[in-house]
Design a binder for this molecule. Sequence first.
Ligand code: BMA
Length: 824
Amino acid sequence: MSFRSLDSAAGADWFLAATAGAAPDAFATEIPARVPGQVHLDLVAAGGIPDPYDGANETQLAWIGRTDWRYRTVFDWHDDGHGRHDLVALGLDTAATIRLNGQLIARTANQHRSYRFDVRDALVEGENELVVEFRAPLDFADEQEQLLGARPHVNHHPFNAMRKMACDFGWDWGIDLSSSGIWKSIGIDSWSGVRIAGVRPLVEVSAPLGDRARGRLDARVSLEWADAASAADTEITVQVAGATATALASAGTTEVGIVVDAGEVDVWWPRGYGAQPRYEVTLSAGDDRWSALVGFRSVQLDTTPDELGTPFTIIVNGRVVNIRGANWIPDDTFVTRVDPERYLSRVTDAVEANMNLLRVWGGGLYEHDDFYDICDQLGVLVWQDFLFACAAYAEEEPMRGEVEAEAREHVARLSRHPSLVLWNGCNENIWGYLEWDWRRRLEGRTWGEGYYFELLPSIVAELDPTRPYSPGSPFSFMRYAHPNDARHGTMHLWDVWNERDYTAYREHEPRFASEFGFQGPPAWTTLTGAVHDEPLDPYGEQMLVHQKADQGNVKLERGLGAHLPKWRDVDEWHFATQLNQARALAFGIEHFRSLYPRNTGQVVWQLNDSWPVISWAAVDFSGIRKPAWHALRRVYGDRLLTVQPHDGGAVLVAHNDHDDPWRGEVQVTRMTLDGDRLAAETHALELGARESARFPLGAEVLATTDAAGEFVLVRAGDGVADALWYFSEDPELKLRSSADALAVEWSTGDGDGETARLTVTASSLVKDLVLQADRIAPGARVDSGLVTLAAGDSHTFVVTGTGGAELTGHDRFPTLCSVNDLIA
Ligand code: BMA
């Protein structure tokens, strides 16, 4: 067996040229190309186009998606005597025609599949020319829509007519670029005898489950034979955890199942529930070898109706996992730039915000194995959508065959990852069919129902029966209930962002909130690095290119409601809207968590961004954690204290989402903004593992006579974040100016990457302090944010990456911001 890579990194020289369509003439001349890669990136590298993410370049570059592009390489090849020589293309984006030495090898039309073609008859000794031509994606989508029949979809292009990443056509947070390219590795695989075409190493563990259990590996092996007629029977050996099993595959057999009793194994747990031990599985068949890491664990989805409706409970190793998660989108519209390092920093953002699940959303990708490997290693559960989002999809050929092939490939590929706990049919399509007027517009045409209710679950059941399946998100799991019914299954809560004040979250009691969110701008330098309006304005021309949501910046402003004052300049707009995003998310999640165990999960929209944009993301495209991220870290903490209105008064809810009991005291104090204590009470915390408790607050602590001058501080210490209760909204609060209320002092960092520390001490209430470190230097980062200090409290911000930047002046607005700066 030998693999001859034709990637640029392996030394192959590729060239790119426009062959037809909207491209200016100059682009017909070949330029150097990168494989794997995307045309936009080559055009930028060759100086042919400006950075697509900058300013208003998006519109100016729209022709690229209306252009046919050709990739070409010449390589040397010599027959090494193997029986088979296959062209292997792990990813082609999208409608491609492949020619080797002028001979047509194949036409493909699915970004989400990998391909293998026997090209022995087309290869020649010595110099060979490989050409891959891509049809303009926007034209191809239009043509396919004509063929299949038009069907409803969000956004402007018919992304639902072809199998290409939906958000590459633009989304309500995504730039519309419609790129093309050989987006994954390509090469010539030469082999003889038998080849391991795929392995599904399905695991089983038997109860009782603790840190150890009895493990079984059911390895389902797919084989391919170079020449079955003359092949001999072959022994297949599987090893895991020191145990071995073998089977004899008679020549020509394509599917073999081998069960290995692995004996006592260490059990894989999601983070917060135990460790993440993994075992190497090695498999051999003839000369071919395969190996991968697996984790022994079980998973179930419980949707058995109960007295409240229909739960949506993820159970791992027999234990209910309360989900604290986020939705994941492609981390760069130029997906080929997302490398393992990038995945690691983004998943670390999730982990450090105390999350335990990421939902890979259906308008993006089946991500690279590196993503799932990192989740396996860090104990982050993954919910994977099949790639159907916000649209009706044709169930006829050629779409149906593509969908089936792609689903089979990824269900098999991802089956080895312990982090993967759920396959989900689609994003919002069942809801869309029922409520977005699709039924009438479809006039009887198919819309995807057969995929979500038949084809996809049958593929999961056949190829990977160890994983649960959900037809869609949201979904009620009740035949006659609305798919977005709070009482049943999963729910997407979008009334808040689109129409209502965020306090409306309290009117919903979802069993599982799989989408809800609120927008905010990215960090200052991320925004101003891409938006150059003079003067910078929330409604500036370039600013609105970087805001894709319908009426987005109007909704940002409206969303401030009575919570924050109207901004006076763009710095205030930036901070206030970032802060309001953080508050909205925290408000929703504190409410949802206060419903535990009726509610068993929150998956916030969205973790990350795919370019510099105003969006629902908690971490922006530069990897800077927005105030929203700091809010998530607090409200997703293992131990949460929150005060919720109840029966005209207020109740303190303590949620111990941890295996250790939570014992201690919590002090509840009504005080003036300047720190005079007016009333106090103490509650003893005696919570068992994964328990929640409620403590009605006494009349004294709630009996304010000065709503604008007092607040209630709820403090348990021991690293648990304070809960706060106010009697009025911020614009009425008698906050002092930060100059008056806050002492600041810079000191040098402690080494280890730290470049500076800022210690702040309050003499009066300072609300929601944020240090926008990137304003000191674009690469600077800070360890904490959104800190509220009562009189007498202090906090130290630890800053890294300031380089030689001057710190003077960076201890006040707009680098160091608080609500006090917006009010006083
Ligand atoms: C949900 C998602 C996305 C969208 C988000 C914000 O519906 O599934 O389609 O980006 O809302 O509008």
